[in-house]
Design a protein around this ligand. Structure first.
Ligand SMILES: Nc1nc2c(ncn2[C@@H]2O[C@H](COP(=O)(O)OP(=O)(O)OP(=O)(O)O)[C@@H](O)[C@H]2O)c(=O)[nH]1
Ligand SMILES: C[C@H](OP(=O)(O)O)C(=O)O
Length: 222
């Protein structure tokens, strides 16, 4: 199994703009990427980060970084198997901040031509491709599209029910999950930025305790 981790390095996580300035989104996206890579590293599979721009990473870490400025779908399709003899490829998104090695091992061990861990809103958070004709088509409810694509080529599709793989961090409300269930750099990054859980109105949300200067900088840079 070869693991591909796509990463939008330049302007990541734009849907978090209501709560994070561009530089903060960049730092947080990198923290999530490192957590995902740590979880993958322990599975022992060779890993390539497919990044839209060069990334500075600790050289001791095991993943290779390649730069590919094509859109997500094209960059992933260029790396999928093209024959039955090719090694299977897993695609694991860089914003799965709750990912664990155990959750990934379950995904990788599940048989099937195509195995998907969907996200809420019908995204394709993590995927294994063993069929040489399967190609991805991300965005716009891609899990539903991927089911159709698999059916068209006669590929078996398995779906994994996983809270940890099914939780991608897209919207401000998703930060709750990072603070509650995250274990490494991503929750630490949020706490450094002043985020904490807020249960004051009987529901669980996040609040940001920040100084006036950083608040002003954020509203200026939106
Ligand atoms: N290589 C590559 N990775 C991408 C691209 N667009 C998104 N990604 C990555 O694909 C995964 C899922 O993407 P999104 O959830 O849309 O993340 P995002 O683009 O950072 O967030 P938004 O700007 O809020 O859409 C994340 O790991 C992103 O880093 C792209 O054009 N190229
Ligand atoms: C890449 C995209 O992510 P989402 O926008 O659903 O988070 C998808 O899974 O198709």
């Amino acid at each position: 199994m070869h693991v591909v981790v796509p990463f939008a390095a330049e302007t990541p996580k734009t849907r978090l703009a209501p709560v994070l300035a561009p530089e903060e989104r960049s730092v947080f996206a990198r923290a999530m990427l490192e957590d995902v890579l740590t979880a993958i590293e322990a599975t022992g599979h060779e890993t390539t980060v497919v990044s839209t721009a060069p990334l500075e990473r600790d050289a001791a870490r095991s993943a290779t970084v390649v730069v590919d400025d094509r859109p997500l779908t094209a960059a992933v399709n260029a790396r999928l198997p093209t024959s039955r003899e090719d090694e299977p490829v897993a695609v694991v998104m860089a914003d799965l901040a709750l990912t664990t090695t155990e959750a990934l091992e379950r995904l990788f061990a599940t048989g099937g031509d195509v195995v998907i861990a969907p996200g809420r809103g019908a995204g394709t958070n993590a995927l294994v491709v063993r069929h040489p004709e399967f190609r991805v088509d991300y965005h716009g409810g891609s899990y539903l599209d991927h089911r159709e694509i698999a059916a068209e080529i006669g590929a078996d599709l398995e779906t994994i029910d996983s809270f940890r793989l099914g939780t991608d961090v897209d919207e401000p409300a998703d930060l709750v999950e990072v603070l509650v269930h995250g274990t490494d750099r991503a929750p630490a990054c949020l706490r450094d930025l002043g985020f904490e859980l807020d249960t004051s109105d009987g529901r669980v949300g996040v609040v940001r305790v920040e100084d006036a200067v950083s608040s002003e900088r954020r509203s200026e840079s939106k």
